[in-house]
Design a protein around this ligand. Structure first.
Ligand code: CTP
Length: 506
C-alpha cells in the first residue's frame, strides 16, 4: 500500500477553503473517502469538507470567492460546489449523523470528533486539517490509518450503533471490501462487525430500494464482484435483496450424479465478465452501438467505463435454473429452457428492486434469453443462416452477448473447456464473416407495410405482416440478399399465392 498520494493537498480549493474558514472563524477539515483514497493512492474527485459550524455558510462564502454556483440541500444541512473538475461538498460537524428521517433538518451541531464518531468506518473517519497552524495534519482518533494498512473494515463505535444509524452501512461495509480488496492487499470486515451485520441484516427492509440498488451497482462494478456477493450471502443480506440468487446454491445428488453449483458458477461468470470487460476497455476493443437518431444505422463508440447492465446480465444469466432443474436417469441433471424461463423472470426481479423497466431491463432480458445461443449453434454446424439469425436476434448487443457467453465457460474439466472455447471461437469467426457480408446487425426489412398496401391496393391486414415475415426469413436463411430488388421480387411471388397482384399491373 502506498502511504499517501503525492500532492494530496495540492488541490487549489484547499488553501481557499482554509483562508475563508479562518476569515469566518470556523475550523474546516477534509474528511471521508478523499482522505482514505489519498492513502490508497487512488484518484478521487469528490471532496468532503466538514466544518465546525455551518457547512452551508462556508460553502456560500467559498462560492462567492471562486465565483462558483453553490447548490444547497437544506434538509441534509449540506451544500455543494464544483471547482476545476472536482465536486466539493460541505457539511457542518454533527453530533448525530444520517438521520433516518432525512426530511427533518439537522440541528445538532458538534465538534470534529463528534462527527468522526458518527461516521461509518474508521477508514472513512480520517480527516486532514485545513487550519493554518497545522495545515495537512491527519486527525485520526480511531486508528483508520492502521486499519487501512491492515485491510480492516471497522466501525468507530459499537457496530450495532453505527449500523442502526443507517443500515445501508452494512452494504457499504461489503462494498468497501469488494472495492478495496486486491490480490496483494485483501480487506475484511472485523468479526464483531460481521456478527452485527448478521444480527441486523433484516433492517435492510426499512431502506429504499433505490439506495440498495445504488450500492449493489457499485458492488457489481468492482473488479471482483464475487467478493461482495459472497459476503452478502454469508451475512444474510442477500436474502433481503435478491433471494432468487440464493436458490442457485447447493448441489443435489441423485444416483451418484451431482450438478454444477450454480451460485459459485454465477459469481465466477460475473468475475469473468469484469475481467474481460476491463481487458477490452484497456485495449480499446470494447464497443457500444447506439441506434442512429435519424437513420437506419448505428453509431459505434469505444467503451471506456464498465457497463453495469452487462454485469446484471451475468449475475442473472442462470436465474431460471432452479425452476427448470430436472433429473433424468439417462441424461442426468438438466436445466432445459432455463434461458427462456430466466429471461421471463427479469422484469419481475427488476420490479421487485424498483429498477427501471426500460431498455436496460430489455437489454438484460435479451442477454439472459440468448446466453446459450452462440455455443449451441455448434450443434447445427455453425451455418450461415443460424449465425444470421443470432445476429438478427442479438442486434447491437452481439458483442456483449459473445463476451457473456465466453465468460460462461467455467467447467473444471480442461478438456471440456478446450472444446467449448474452440466452439466459441468457431462461432466468433463465422460471426465476423457474416457481419462483413450481410447487414444483419441492424436489420431493417427492405419491404415496408406501406409499400405492400400501395402496391396491391389493400387496407391494413394480417397478410402484410406475413409477407414481410416471409421476406425477413428469406434474407436470414440466405435465399436472397438483403436488398430491395431481390426482396421485392420474392415478395411479389409470394403475394400471388394470396391472389394479390400489383394495381399498376407491374
Ligand atoms: N458516510 C457515512 N455513512 C453513510 C454514508 C457516508 O458515515 N451511510 C460518510 C463516510 O465518512 C464517507 C463519507 O460520508 O466517507 C462520504 O460518503 P460517500 O461519498 O458515500 O462515500 P465515500 O467514502 O466518499 O466513498 P466512494 O466515493 O467510494 O463512494
Amino acid at each position: 500500500m502506498s502511504t499517501i498520494t503525492d500532492g494530496y493537498l495540492d488541490n487549489p480549493i484547499f488553501p481557499i477553503v482554509s483562508a475563508v474558514a479562518e476569515e469566518s472563524g470556523v475550523r474546516a477539515f477534509v474528511i471521508g473517502g478523499y482522505v482514505r483514497d489519498c492513502f490508497l493512492g487512488r484518484k478521487n474527485n469528490d471532496i468532503d469538507i466538514v466544518v465546525e459550524g455551518s457547512g452551508i455558510a462556508l460553502a456560500e462564502a467559498v462560492g462567492r470567492k471562486v465565483r462558483s454556483k453553490v447548490s444547497v440541500f437544506k434538509n441534509f444541512g449540506t451544500a455543494m460546489l464544483r471547482y476545476k473538475g472536482t465536486e466539493i461538498e460541505f457539511v457542518g460537524a454533527r453530533k448525530e449523523s444520517y438521520r433516518r428521517d432525512s426530511r427533518k433538518p439537522i440541528v445538532e451541531d458538534g465538534t470534529l470528533e463528534d462527527d468522526q464518531k458518527r461516521r461509518d468506518f474508521t477508514i472513512n473517519a480520517m480527516a486532514f486539517s485545513l487550519q493554518k497552524n497545522d495545515y495537512g495534519a491527519l486527525v485520526d482518533p480511531f486508528g483508520g490509518i492502521k486499519d487501512l494498512a491492515a485491510g480492516i473494515i471497522r466501525t468507530p463505535l459499537d457496530p450495532d450503533t453505527t449500523y442502526d444509524d443507517d443500515p445501508l452501512r452494512m452494504l457499504r461495509a461489503v462494498r468497501f471490501v469488494s472495492k478495496l480488496t486486491t490480490p496483494e492487499h485483501p480487506f475484511h470486515i472485523v468479526p464483531e462487525s460481521l456478527e452485527s451485520i448478521k444480527r441486523n441484516s433484516g433492517r435492510l427492509k426499512i431502506l429504499s430500494k433505490e439506495r440498495i440498488v445504488d450500492e449493489l451497482n457499485k458492488i457489481l462494478l468492482t473488479a471482483r464482484p464475487s467478493v461482495g456477493f459472497k459476503l452478502m450471502d454469508q451475512t444474510g443480506l442477500l436474502e433481503y435483496i435478491l433471494p432468487q440468487l440464493i436458490k442457485l446454491k447447493g448441489v443435489e445428488t441423485v444416483e451418484g450424479k451431482g450438478h454444477k453449483e450454480n451460485f459459485s458458477h454465477t459469481l465466477q461468470v460475473v468475475d469473468n465478465v469484469a475481467d474481460e470487460e476491463l481487458r477490452g476497455i484497456a485495449a480499446g476493443t470494447l464497443k457500444n452501438f447506439e441506434p442512429e437518431q435519424d437513420g437506419d444505422g448505428f453509431i459505434e463508440t469505444v467503451r471506456t467505463e464498465p457497463y453495469v447492465w452487462l454485469r446484471w446480465a451475468a449475475l442473472l444469466h442462470d436465474i431460471g435454473k432452479p425452476v427448470t432443474k430436472r433429473f433424468d436417469p439417462e441424461a442426468g441433471w438438466t436445466f432445459y429452457g432455463h434461458d427462456i424461463v430466466g429471461a421471463r423472470m427479469i422484469p419481475k426481479i427488476f420490479q421487485s428492486l424498483k429498477m427501471p423497466l426500460n431498455e436496460k431491463m430489455k437489454y438484460v432480458r435479451k442477454l439472459v434469453g440468448l446466453h446459450l445461443r452462440p455455443i449451441s449453434l455448434v450443434d447445427d454446424g455453425v451455418t450461415d443462416s443460424a449465425v444470421r439469425r443470432l445476429l438478427f436476434d442479438a442486434g447491437n448487443e452481439i458483442g456483449d452477448l459473445m463476451l457473456l457467453c465466453n465468460a460462461d465457460i467455467t467447467s473444471k474439466n480442461p478438456v471440456k473447456v478446450a472444446r467449448l472455447k474452440a466452439n466459441f471461437d468457431a462461432v466468433k469467426e463465422k460471426l465476423a464473416e457474416v457481419e462483413a457480408k450481410d447487414a444483419i446487425r441492424n436489420f431493417k426489412n427492405p419491404i415496408s407495410g406501406d409499400y405492400v398496401m400501395e402496391l396491391f391496393g389493400i387496407e391494413p391486414c394480417s397478410v402484410i405482416g406475413e409477407l414481410k415475415e416471409y421476406v425477413k426469413n428469406a434474407i436470414l436463411d440466405g435465399k436472397i440478399d438483403n436488398n430491395f430488388d431481390q426482396a421485392d421480387q420474392i415478395m411479389r411471388e409470394k403475394a400471388l399465392e394470396y391472389g394479390l397482384r400489383p394495381v399498376d399491373g407491374s
